[in-house]
Ligand binder design. Structure first.
Ligand SMILES: C[S@@+](CC[C@H](N)C(=O)[O-])C[C@H]1O[C@@H](n2cnc3c(N)ncnc32)[C@H](O)[C@@H]1O
Length: 235
């Protein structure tokens, strides 16, 4: 088991937000990753590295083919599984992906060297907190899959760099269902994430310049479309 994940395994990964039998059904019936993606997914399972779940993989295949984004930003590379998936299903895209964990970065580099056949992926090795404020690039698809409490902190910079009509997906926004409970019922150690996610929802779900959807898939996805050139978030 890798050091970083044996210590920080996300317990919400094992708390499905829809009926367990439906989760099992989706995970056994939706097409399994093939080729190098299957190899990387097996490695992630073996080492307890949280990568996107099977139903999200299937959704991303469809999204990439439908939206056909040209410029993708990902925050949270881990070992490169989702970046390589997006590269495969959006063959015209250039993908910038960010991670700060040296163990993950080393493995992602190996995987990109071996499997990024069309040289689509650039890995930025830094904390997104430091990188995003200086970012000046126009993206049409952003996948946020990093520390959940920071989503709301990153949002203004992400929106600034998102094209009008562009889409953002935030992964793991339901906290295994905690998000719908009063804060007193949430474990103390999870409350910073809880507050951060509520601030994210308050800032986006009813914003007139955004179209928002919450998708009860895996541990919940928040999907936003930017409808105006500039978005001013409400406090
Ligand atoms: C859930 S994993 C990403 C999984 C990957 N997207 C996939 O599905 O294959 C989250 C990753 O985000 C990284 N991360 C968390 N907070 C970060 C931050 N502030 N800046 C950069 N990377 C961060 C962690 O190091 C970890 O590798």
């Amino acid at each position: 088991m890798l050091k970083s994940y044996s210590e920080n395994a996300n317990h919400n990964m094992r708390r499905p937000v829809v009926k367990e039998e439906l989760v099992d059904y989706m995970r056994t019936h939706l097409q399994q990753p093939q080729g190098h993606l299957a190899t990387i997914a097996a490695f992630a399972r073996e080492h307890n590295i949280p990568i996107i779940q099977q139903e999200v993989v299937a959704y991303f295949r469809l999204l990439m083919q439908t939206l056909a984004p040209k410029d993708i930003l990902e925050v949270g590379t881990a070992i490169g599984f989702s970046a390589l998936l997006m590269a495969e299903y959006a063959p015209d895209a250039q993908i910038t992906t960010i991670d700060r964990n040296p163990e993950m970065i080393a493995l992602a580099k190996e995987n990109f060297a071996q499997y990024d056949y069309r040289q689509q992926i650039s890995l930025l090795e830094a904390d997104a907190v430091d990188l995003l404020s200086n970012l000046d690039q126009a993206f049409d698809f952003v996948f946020m899959d990093s520390a959940k409490s920071k989503y709301i902190v990153f949002l203004p910079d992400i929106l600034k760099n998102l094209k009008k009509g562009g889409v953002i997906i935030f992964d793991d926004v339901f906290q295994g269902g905690d998000i719908a409970r009063p804060i007193e019922e949430v474990r103390r150690g999870q409350r910073t994430i809880y507050r951060g996610l509520h601030r994210l929802f308050d800032a986006t779900l009813n914003h007139p310049g955004l179209t928002a959807s919450l998708i009860p898939m895996s541990d919940g996805l928040l999907m936003l479309r930017k409808n105006e050139d500039e978005i001013h978030l409400l406090d």
